[in-house]
Design a protein around this ligand. Structure first.
Ligand code: HEM
Length: 419
């Protein structure tokens, strides 16, 4: 058998502290230092192979080579994703569950979501006109929670809105925190799963009848690949896998308004009738701004790639943020330029803010189309249906804190409907 190539290695034994210190840029900094798209590190007490770039992403999403079982730290499951959800499945079980998710993402369902969203923005705009000041991040969270529940078939009482909003935000704002904050996020998840679990029970008993094709209906009656109904807790985890990330799009809405403010030179294109202009702007926001830094999988069986040995069970991380900023893929990757997509085509493995590969076969984000459409409709509102002043504020954002959110949360004043 041929000898393996020695894999570039980081010198210091444990890089956990550096990773925490450098956040989104940790993997990219090391990749540049070693001048290699593949290297070995030690993180959280374990040897990890770190991958970056388009070819490496294609490898990471090869289901013959990698599995997700045992890859995600328990504390992310206890807060961000929940336990037993689609993220933790492999093979037939994953495909079967993912098909249920993708059945919610038909063109018809997404159009319905867009109409509901426009309705929500119309109402918000009325409120904004009466407010002295608008906090975009916070307002978007509330709007998206109402939207997510309506679209998913989850009844949400007016008096529950604030409480549920606070709980859901904790799931995606706190996954990498420790101590009290993490404990609070765990508690929030338990309470949310109990709430949705109770509703699943009511749907099964016939006391609550959600519309066909909603997440509540689909997951209340979903049967796994062995024809067993999901238990209530897992059905709740999956309904929350729809609601939580829709609310998290508030981060991208804050970033798209940030991009509008910082790059007024693109304003004219946003006013054009061509939807492609909105789309390119949204894609550039998703490429440039930090959100989900990386993901992990484990080697399924021993194999070699480009001469490097991958041993069964080895934790392997793919750098999403670094791939979206890779200078071998993107010209001037640190520059915000929505026109780049004319010459720089998007492939399943180069623009990966929400993972790569295929939707059903791989773990690529089930809600990527929803995210793009929600961002487009929302951008159209901020760019073309309202006017506002931008008061002095701290528009900086961290490349260390995960998730990153603009410091000021984006404050607007004198918001008025455009005639
Ligand atoms: C807010 C913006 C979003 C970001 C940054 C994001 C990011 C991601 C990422 C990085 C993954 C993992 C990809 C991988 O493992 O390779 C993922 C998976 C997933 N996302 Fe999203 N997502 C977003 C919005 C959404 C929305 C709106 C939904 C649902 C409506 C959604 C539902 C899911 C589900 C169900 C999975 C698991 C897919 C699987 O394991 O097969 N996400 N997302």
């Amino acid at each position: 058998m041929q000898e393996s190539r020695p894999m570039p290695k980081l010198e210091r034994k444990n890089q956990t502290a550096s990773m925490i210190r450098e956040g989104y840029q940790f993997l990219g900094n090391r990749r540049r230092g070693l001048q290699s798209n593949i290297f070995e590190a030690h993180i959280l007490g374990e040897k990890v192979i770190c991958l970056s770039g388009e070819q490496a992403a294609a490898l990471f999403y090869d289901t013959e080579k990698f599995i997700r079982k045992g890859a995600m730290p328990k504390r992310f499951q206890e807060t961000l994703t929940g336990e037993g959800g689609v993220q933790s499945l492999d093979g037939v079980a994953h495909r079967h569950r993912k098909e249920a998710f993708m059945s919610l993402m038909s063109a018809e369902k997404i159009n319905q979501l867009k109409e509901m969203l426009k309705d929500q923005w119309e109402r918000k705009l009325n409120d904004f006109e009466k407010q002295q000041e608008v906090n975009v991040y916070s307002e978007a969270q509330e709007l998206l929670l109402r939207l997510a529940c309506q679209w998913a078939g989850v009844p949400l009482k007016e008096k529950e809105v604030q409480e549920k909003k606070e709980a859901i935000i904790q799931l995606f704002e706190s996954p990498v925190t420790l101590g009290y904050k993490q404990w609070k996020a765990k508690k929030a998840r338990q309470e949310l799963e109990t709430w949705i679990g109770g509703l699943i029970k009511s749907v099964r008993k016939g006391d609550l009848i959600p519309f066909e094709g909603t997440a509540m209906k689909v997951f209340a009656f979903h049967r796994d690949e062995q024809d067993e109904l999901l238990n209530e807790k897992i059905a709740a985890v999956e309904v929350l896998n729809i609601i939580r990330p829709i609310v998290a799009i508030s981060i991208y809405i804050a970033f798209e308004v940030h991009a509008m403010i910082q790059h007024p030179e693109h304003q004219k294109r946003l006013a054009s009738e061509d939807e492609k202009d909105l789309q390119d702007f949204v894609q550039e926001v998703r490429r440039l701004y930090p959100f989900f830094p990386f993901n992990a999988a484990r080697v399924k069986e021993d194999f070699k790639w480009e001469g490097y040995a991958f041993k069964k069970g080895t934790l392997t991380m793919l750098d999403f943020y670094g791939t979206n900023h890779d200078p071998t893929i993107w010209n001037n990757p640190e520059v915000f330029d929505p026109t780049r997509f004319k010459d720089e085509p998007i492939t399943p493995y180069n623009l990966i803010p929400q993972g790569g590969g295929e939707f059903i076969l791989n773990h690529r984000c089930a809600g990527e189309w929803v995210t793009i459409e929600v961002m487009k409709v929302s951008l159209d509102y901020f760019a073309n249906r309202m006017t506002f002043d931008v008061p002095k504020q701290d528009l900086s954002y961290s490349l260390v804190n995960i998730p990153s959110i603009p410091k000021s949360k984006i404050i607007l004043k004198n918001v008025r409907r455009k005639d």
